[in-house]
Design a protein around this ligand. Sequence first.
Ligand SMILES: [Zn+2]
Length: 192
Amino acid sequence: MSKILTEVLNANQAYASSFDKGHLPLPPARGFAILTCMDARLDPAKFAGLAEGDAHVTRNAGGRASDDAIRSLVISHKLLGTSEWFVIHHTDCGMELFTNEIMADLLEKSLDTAAIDANGWRDVGQGPGSTDGKYIHWLTIQNQAQSVVEDVARIRHHPLVPKYIPIYGFIYDVKTGKLMEVPEAMAAGRAV
Ligand SMILES: [Zn+2]
């Protein structure tokens, strides 16, 4: 068994041995949802004060308002009653480090993990790669504040999202742990 697999299963055994949350209802008790990045430095339960059962957290690369993120948010409200949503991007996001073209080129050469240095990304792994990367919109980020505004606005204007749900836009600072409001996103996400 791999070291990681062993560690995770051991950690779960310890967690389950004192588990006392089996009574929680399915709908989130505090009635809100967070869309944020998968970045390993972000712990929404800690930075937003969540316990099991409190809130929905949808995560993807960048915390972007992809079709699938919107799918989760619509389910979160329509079937499980959340009524306030947060979009939280963050400083030093990996999504700022490449473009659609760079990703497609890297994948075309090799599927192995690439390397980055002062000259940018390069493949150090073996081929063959795949041209399939050219067909995916990777939702990269050029400017954090702008991406928060765009994603909040996209959710706000989605036909399946009720106008009365406020959508809040923030950037999480990985150096300080602080949530920084993005005023333009807050305005774009206002409930009406
Ligand atoms: Zn990120």
